[in-house]
Design a protein around this ligand. Structure first.
Ligand SMILES: NC(=O)c1ccc[n+]([C@@H]2O[C@H](COP(=O)([O-])OP(=O)(O)OC[C@H]3O[C@@H](n4cnc5c(N)ncnc54)[C@H](OP(=O)(O)O)[C@@H]3O)[C@@H](O)[C@H]2O)c1
Length: 358
C-alpha cells in the first residue's frame, strides 16, 4: 500500500506531529507541506522559525521542502497527493470551505479541525469505537458530487481518554457521566517557552471545550440512518475542562452511573479484553493493547504514561465505587498523538485498509 500525502497546517503543533509520525510511515509518504500565505514560498525550516516543538529532530529532507499556500496552491497540491491531513488555525466557516474545496477536487481530507464535526454526513471516527461510520462517506460523496473526495474528522482531544474507557461498558447502560479534564498546553498549540503565564498556574476555562466534550461522544456512539449520523441520546455527559501546566497529555477524572451496575471485576475484564478493528487488522499505528489498567494508586501519571504504545494507548487507573455515582476512575491519553495527529493517521490507515482512499 502506498499513498502520497499532504499536510495542511504543517507548521502548527499538530502539523509538526504529523511530520514526525509520517516520516517513516510504511504506507504514507509526505509529498506536500502547506500552511498560510505567511509561510508559503519559504522552505519548511524558514517558515517554522523557532516553532519546532517536537523531541525528534527535524530531518534535512523536511527542512528543505517548499511550503505551499493551502488556499492559492490548492490545484497544485491536489495534483501531487492522494489525500491530505488538515490541522489549521482559521475561522470555522473558512475551514469548512477549505476542506470541502479539497474534497470537491477529489482529494480526501482527514481533518483534526472541529469545523465539520457537526456535519451530519461527515464521519467522526475513533477507529476502535465506530469504524462503521466510514459508510456515511457514500452519502457525503453523493451530496458533494464527488467520486473520491470526502471529509472525515477526528474528535476533540479532551474525550479521547474517557470515551474509549466507557465504550466497552456500553452493555451495562452508562446513564450519567461526569468528567473533569486536566488538559495540556500543547492542546492550545503552546509550549512553556511561548506561554510562561501557565507555569505555576491553572486556568479554569478552555473556550468551547466543555460543549465538545459533552456532545461529540454522542455522535461517535450514533447510528447511520437515512444518509445521516443520528446522535445517541445517552449517556448524559457533563464536563469541566481545565488547563494545567503540563506539556502533553490530557488526564480525566470520571464518575459514571449505569442502568445495570457492573461489578468492578466486570469493568476490569471489559477493559482488558477490548479490541477494535485496528487491532484485528493490525494497522501500523494501532496500539497492541488499547486500554491499559494500572493497579498502582499513583498511576496513570501524565508525564510517566502519556507515551504508552507510542502515545496511542489509553491508560486507566483508580477504579473504585463512589458515594454519589456507581464508580469513579482516572484516565489519560496523549493529546497530540492519540488525541490529534496519531488518531488521524490511524483513521487514515483504517480508511486506506477499507478502500476509501483508492
Ligand atoms: N493541539 C492539539 O492538541 C489539537 C488537538 C486536536 C485538534 N486540534 C485542532 O487542530 C488545528 C490546528 O491546531 P494547532 O494546535 O496545530 O494550531 P497552531 O499550532 O496554531 O497551527 C496552526 C496552523 O494553521 C496554519 N494556518 C493559519 N492560518 C491559515 C490560513 N489562512 N491558511 C492556511 N493555513 C493557515 C498555520 O500556518 P502558519 O504557520 O503559516 O501561520 C499553522 O500551520 C486547530 O483546528 C485545533 O483546534 C489541535
Amino acid at each position: 500500500m502506498h499513498f502520497n500525502v499532504g499536510i495542511i497546517g504543517a507548521t502548527g503543533m499538530v502539523g509538526q506531529r504529523f511530520i514526525t509520525l509520517l516520516e517513516n510511515h510504511p504506507w504514507f509518504e509526505i509529498k506536500v507541506l502547506a500552511a498560510s500565505s505567511r509561510s508559503a514560498g519559504k522552505t519548511y525550516e524558514e517558515a517554522l522559525g523557532e516553532r519546532w516543538a517536537m523531541k525528534a529532530p527535524l530531518s534535512d529532507k523536511i527542512k528543505k521542502m517548499n511550503v505551499y499556500d493551502a488556499v492559492k496552491d490548492m490545484d497544485k497540491i491536489v495534483s501531487e497527493v492522494d489525500f491530505v491531513f488538515c490541522a489549521v488555525d482559521m475561522k470555522k466557516d473558512e475551514i469548512r470551505a477549505l476542506e470541502e474545496a479539497y474534497a470537491k477536487k477529489e482529494c480526501p481530507v482527514i481533518s483534526n479541525n472541529s469545523a465539520h464535526r457537526g456535519t451530519k454526513d461527515v464521519p467522526m471516527i475513533v477507529p476502535e469505537i465506530n469504524p462503521e461510520h466510514a459508510e456515511i462517506i457514500h452519502a457525503q460523496r453523493k451530496r458533494l458530487g464527488t467520486k473520491k473526495g470526502f471529509v472525515a474528522v477526528k474528535s476533540n482531544c479532551s474525550l479521547q481518554s474517557y470515551v474509549p474507557a466507557i465504550h466497552p461498558l456500553m452493555k451495562f447502560g452508562p446513564k450519567n457521566v461526569l468528567t473533569c479534564t486536566y488538559q495540556a498546553i500543547s492542546g492550545a498549540g503552546k509550549t512553556f517557552e511561548r506561554w510562561p503565564e501557565i507555569i505555576d498556574n491553572v486556568i479554569p476555562y478552555i473556550g468551547g471545550e466543555e460543549e465538545k466534550s459533552e456532545q461529540e461522544p454522542l455522535k461517535i456512539w450514533g447510528k447511520i440512518e437515512d444518509g445521516e449520523i443520528k446522535n445517541a441520546t445517552s449517556p448524559s455527559i457533563t464536563a469541566q475542562c481545565i488547563r494545567v501546566p503540563v506539556s502533553d497529555g490530557h488526564l480525566a477524572a470520571v464518575f459514571a452511573s449505569f442502568d445495570k451496575k457492573p461489578t468492578k471485576e466486570e469493568i476490569l475484564t471489559a477493559w482488558k479484553e477490548f479490541k477494535g478493528v485496528p487491532q484485528e487488522l493490525d494497522l501500523p499505528s494501532a496500539p497492541k493493547q488499547f486500554l491499559n489498567y494500572f493497579e498502582d494508586d499513583n498511576r496513570p501519571q501524565t508525564k510517566l504514561d502519556r507515551e504508552l504504545e507510542g502515545g496511542m494507548a489509553v491508560s486507566i487507573g483508580r477504579l473504585r465505587e463512589d458515594t454519589q455515582y456507581d464508580y469513579k476512575f482516572v484516565c489519560l491519553s496523549h493529546n497530540t498523538l492519540r488525541g490529534a495527529a496519531g488518531g488521524a493517521v490511524l483513521m487514515a490507515e483504517l480508511l486506506a485498509a477499507k478502500g476509501y482512499l483508492d
